[in-house]
Design a protein around this ligand. Structure first.
Ligand code: NAD
Length: 246
């Protein structure tokens, strides 16, 4: 895979899966890797790390749930030229059983995971339509496909990402833009570090491949969809979960 000459934007790229995705694009020759995150210091550190050993990487602070900030981000991006690839990776969890979930717990998770994905897709879509080229890869989750106790808000947001992906794929395909989803399983990052050990054991017991996933496992699938050669795949969900759901 070769991303020479490509400009890539990754949301939530300061750490975890997002950083690993940014790192892989950078290593595979992307001309510019744009790391955005609500964590400004983290994003800057990540971009500096990539730039020091590879091609250009820049950092912008953006809360993807805030329309004004997202519009400002894409205005700055468009001033720098075309955008070839967007990866909607920013996401959070607020895990509680349904009967204990507050309206705020619901809204925050849906606002970041689903509305944030929509806002970035809309702005990137406008740029990509003009260029008649684009690759959009959204990060969902395996639990969007099977549900998970204590994750009603998260599962709803990530299932919404799949529906949004498929609709956008139908709208944008005619202009050379593909839209796909990667649905990771249990991946070792800060997000999953606080999970109770019995949850981790339960995940591992049901996997074919008896190890937790690494951020790089997800990054590999993202670059697969983002490759120029993946021009005949759109609206798809690629599950990267060690064989948990089949
Ligand atoms: P993480 O918590 O380590 O990283 C998430 C990043 O998103 C952080 O850098 C954070 O600052 C950023 N972020 C949070 N809110 C934001 C906002 N409003 N605007 C911009 N950035 C924001 O999590 P991770 O495990 O690397 O997860 C990355 C993505 O993968 C998420 O969408 C997550 O739901 C998804 N995912 C993770 C797993 C897993 O097991 N880790 C499994 C399935 C899906």
């Amino acid at each position: 895979m070769d991303f020479q000459g490509k400009r890539v934007l990754i949301t939530g790229g300061a750490r975890g899966i997002g950083y690993s995705i940014a790192q892989r694009f950078n290593q595979l020759g992307a001309e510019e890797t744009i790391i955005t995150d609500i964590d400004e210091a983290g994003a800057r550190k990540a971009a500096e790390k990539l730039s020091s050993s590879g091609n250009r990487a820049v950092a912008y602070k953006t809360d993807v749930s805030d329309e004004k900030q997202v519009k400002e981000l894409f205005k700055r991006v468009s001033e720098g030229g075309k955008l070839d690839i967007l990866v909607n990776n920013a996401g959070i969890i607020i895990d509680k059983l349904l009967i204990k979930l507050s309206e705020n717990d619901w809204d925050r998770v849906l606002d970041i995971n689903l509305k944030g994905t929509f806002l970035c897709m809309r702005e990137a879509g406008r740029l990509m339509l003009k260029a008649r080229y684009g690759r959009i890869v959204n990060i969902s989750s395996m639990v969007a496909l099977g549900g998970n106790p204590g994750q009603g808000n998260y599962c709803a947001s990530k299932a919404g990402v799949i529906g949004l992906t498929k609709s956008a794929a139908r709208e944008l395909g005619i202009r050379g833009i593909t839209v796909n989803t990667v649905a990771p399983g249990f991946i070792e990052t800060e997000m999953t570090a606080s999970l109770p050990s019995q949850n981790k054991e339960q995940y591992l017991a049901n996997m074919s491949i008896k190890r937790a996933g690494k951020p790089e496992d997800v990054a590999y699938a993202v670059t697969f969809f983002a490759a120029e050669e993946a021009s005949y795949m759109t609206g798809q969900v690629l599950v990267v979960d060690g064989g948990y759901f089949m």
